[in-house]
Design a protein around this ligand. Structure first.
Ligand SMILES: [Zn+2]
Ligand SMILES: [Zn+2]
Length: 772
């Protein structure tokens, strides 16, 4: 038996720490903290969090708890600390870390994948280190997490690293509580861990000299203009030299990706600064352990091929986030294109065989490795505006970390999301587990990824949703999935734009009634028509539609999305009658008259011409009217180009008319004024700006009306149209100037990637109020 001072009061306390506490070095941290104070007991991961059983002097235990909560490991996030005091003594002899147990009921948040830490980088480039230039180096503070976890608790045996047996040296580190790789589940070294392989497009191994470095060879191939598939953390990239215009264009042709911008990777912020303006906040975001692609303003003198991001004034850059990236970019003073390894709009590849099959017509070489990816995650995309980060695609580095909410979900809810940029969300207690970006649910591969994702989240977080929320659009695959579920769940349909507003409210942790402005491409309305230019008075339960853009036909349905000229012609006809055909403007001169006659007939007879109140379609119409483009190659392209050309110094916008009583917003005068300006020779830059500012004025006017009538002062902005920074910043400035509180997205996307959170919030409110 150990001896204790006779006067010291010994007690035993059990402490349960919840939050992001697994896979972030919490147990060794607790171990060293307790050992330093000669406290006895044990620490373990269970399915709820970290459980500490500790014995010693009362005061010392209090100090221990205080220090643990004050300075936890950098990557951890403590949500709560619960304690049971005055337990019967267990007479522990020392302090130990014991094997994990799974109690199989509650969930514990799992860490996202984390970029290589500074300590590991130092070792990576240290010739004396045993992991010198080892492309899979990681530790308790960094490395793959979510993408390799098959089940919880988070232990090596439940990750894809179970394929590799640790060597004696790695095991010694793994078992030493004072080592920085203590219980680093993905730890490995050149003797025992994953290995690289390099093959050509036919699968033949590229032979290297004994002394030749594989990453150096790949760098040579890239410099020679080759396209190389590179297996990463959450999937495969297609890489090429970003300064080689011919290679970039070849990659576009082979990938069937005409204009959508490519993401870039550079070895340092200094390299990025040669091409973009980088603020301090943007630099911090680039350097954060999440390592998203950050959209940055392109320098006017940037010498980079137009084919990287055609017609855009931004470039998307990220820094290396895996040791392999660091090795590849080590001596590169210029950026690489690092775009998702997929064909056109299919989801990113994540299995070797699949990648080789699908990408061998695109790539010349494959740089692969034998660590399996269990869950595919794309690179996340973020930008910085008005002092805060805005997430546009929430995936690697962010998912599956839950979004903490003020709302309390009484029962578990599955929200299935929308069709484009799909994410799903499972909510419980105060947490919303928003999935990684799934993609556009238009093909079987994405649908498979959606189904597998839901199953995986349910397993990882021990969730069995009893309530299922879905979009009202009957043709969305996510809706069909929800309606086909047959396990007794309560189902609730949620209107698309109400979900947008609720998502932004949840994102900002607010409740109560707000003025909701939802503007996007298309979403199914409660009247069966396609909405998208909507003003509401809304809370989590109801959305009262108080104003909306007037309905207009979309001749050809989905075709009118891909061909904005259709919307331009329909709006011109609406504003000016058939005389618009005599206008002396380039759009009309180049108009295909026969095609228009066909559309005209479709509209008259009501053939395949659904009606829409979409603001996104009005942006498309203006872009096409200004001659920017008649057809788009990716979602939102026309509107993005319209934003790009807008003159930033313009002051006044066109005026929309709002019908008294009905709240119907008429755009005819806007279109007429734009045409007059074009006829008078005003530049397209000015006309674009006047259109943007017109929308700003419209939002401000309606917000004032509602404030006067309903005494509401909070304006919530959501929907894909608000990805337009020129619009968003001006709306925010104008509303704030008039004394409104303005709420926009930050933690979840303003586009349809945020819909699932809104659906969950609405379903949660219906549960709490007893409506379902
Ligand atoms: Zn590390
Ligand atoms: Zn080893």
């Amino acid at each position: 038996m150990h001896s204790v001072e006779p006067h010291a009061q010994i007690t035993r306390v059990q402490i349960l720490v919840r939050g992001i506490v697994q896979g972030v070095g919490f147990r060794p941290f607790v171990f060293s903290l307790a050992s330093r104070r000669a406290l006895r007991g044990q620490v373990l991961n269970n399915a709820t969090g970290v459980l500490i059983d500790i014995e010693g002097e009362c005061d010392t235990i209090e100090q221990f708890i205080k220090e643990m909560t004050a300075r936890p490991p950098a990557l951890s996030l403590i949500e709560s600390v619960e304690r049971k005091d005055n337990l019967d003594p267990a007479h522990y002899q020392d302090f130990r870390i014991v094997e994990s147990i799974s109690n199989g009921e509650k969930f514990t948040p799992i860490s996202a994948d984390i970029a290589t830490c500074a300590d590991c980088l130092k070792e990576l480039f240290d010739p004396l280190d045993r992991r010198y230039r080892y492309p899979f180096i990681n530790c308790t503070s960094c490395g793959p997490r979510f993408t390799i976890i098959e089940d919880i608790p988070y232990d090596r045996a439940q990750t894809t690293m179970r394929d590799f047996e640790m060597c004696a040296a790695c095991r010694a580190e793994y078992e030493n509580p004072l080592d920085r790789r203590f219980h680093a589940e993905p730890t490995a070294c050149p003797q025992c861990g994953p290995r690289l392989s390099l093959t050509d497009a036919h699968g033949c191994e590229v032979s290297l000299d004994e002394s030749e470095d594989m990453t150096a060879r790949v760098r040579l191939l890239l410099s020679a203009g080759k396209i190389v598939v590179i297996k990463g953390i959450g999937g495969f990239h297609l890489a090429c030299d970003a300064l080689n215009a011919e290679a970039v264009e070849r990659l576009r042709r082979r990938k069937y990706r005409e204009d959508k911008p490519f993401a870039l990777m550079a070895k340092s912020v200094d390299v990025i600064r040669e091409y973009c303006l980088v603020s301090e906040a943007e630099e911090a975001l680039l350097n954060s352990e999440r390592r998203p692609v950050v959209l940055l303003e392109k320098r006017v003198d940037a010498r980079i091929p137009e084919a990287v991001a055609p017609s855009l004034r931004t470039l998307g850059f990220m820094l290396p986030y895996s040791p392999l990236h660091h090795l590849l970019l080590e001596t590169l003073d210029h950026p690489l294109v690092m775009t998702s390894g997929n064909v056109s709009d299919e989801p990113i590849c994540y299995e070797d065989d699949d990648a080789i099959r699908r990408l061998n017509n695109i790539a010349d070489y494959f740089l692969l490795h034998d660590r399996r990816i269990h869950i595919r995650t794309d690179d996340s995309v973020a930008r910085f505006t008005d002092g805060r980060e805005i997430i546009l695609r929430r995936s690697r580095g962010y998912a599956p970390a839950p979004v903490k909410l003020n709302l309390k979900f009484e029962r578990e809810i599955l929200a299935c999301g929308a069709e484009l940029k799909n994410t799903f969300c499972i909510a419980r207690d105060h947490y919303a587990f928003i999935s990684h970006h799934i993609g556009d649910l238009e093909n079987l591969e994405t649908l498979r990824s959606f189904r597998q994702g839901i199953e995986h989240y349910q397993r990882l977080f021990h969730l069995q949703p009893e309530v299922v929320a879905y979009d009202l659009h009957p043709e969305y695959l996510s809706t069909k999935y929800a309606l086909a579920l047959d396990e007794g769940q309560t189902k609730i349909g949620v209107q698309h734009h109400h979900a947008h507003i609720a998502s932004c409210m949840a994102d900002n942790q607010i409740e109560g009634e707000v003025i909701g402005v939802a503007m996007d491409g298309l979403g199914f309305g409660t009247d069966g028509r396609m909405w998208g230019g909507e003003f509401f008075v809304a809370d989590f339960l109801e959305a009262e539609r108080i104003a909306h853009l007037d309905y207009i036909e979309m001749p050809g349905g989905a075709k009118a999305i891909r061909e904005p000229w259709r919307m331009a012609a329909v709006y011109l006809q609406r504003a000016l009658g058939d005389e618009f055909l005599d206008l002396e403007i380039p759009f009309v001169r180049n108009l295909d008259r026969r095609a228009w006659t066909t559309l005209r007939r479709m509209i008259e007879t009501g053939t395949n011409s659904p009606q829409t109140s979409s603001m996104g379609r009005l942006f498309d119409a203006l872009a096409s009217l200004l001659g920017l483009r008649n057809a788009v190659n990716y979602e939102g392209q026309a509107a993005i180009e319209l934003e790009t050309i807008a003159d930033r110094d313009c002051l006044r916008g066109y005026e929309f008319e709002i019908e008294e009583g009905t709240g119907v917003i008429k755009a005819e005068a806007v279109v007429r004024n734009a045409v007059e300006d074009l006829l008078e020779g005003l530049s397209t830059h000015t006309v674009s700006a006047k259109f943007h500012l017109g929308v700003v004025q419209l939002i401000a006017t309606l917000a004032r009306h509602v404030r006067d009538a309903r005494r509401l002062n909070r304006v919530v902005l959501s929907g894909g149209v608000f990805q337009n920074m020129f619009l968003l910043e001006n709306v925010r400035r104008s509303l704030k100037h008039e004394g409104f509180e303005v709420l926009t997205h930050s933690r979840v996307p303003t586009n349809d990637g945020g819909i699932s959170l809104g659906q969950a919030a609405i379903a949660g409110a219906h549960l709490a109020s007893g409506r379902i």
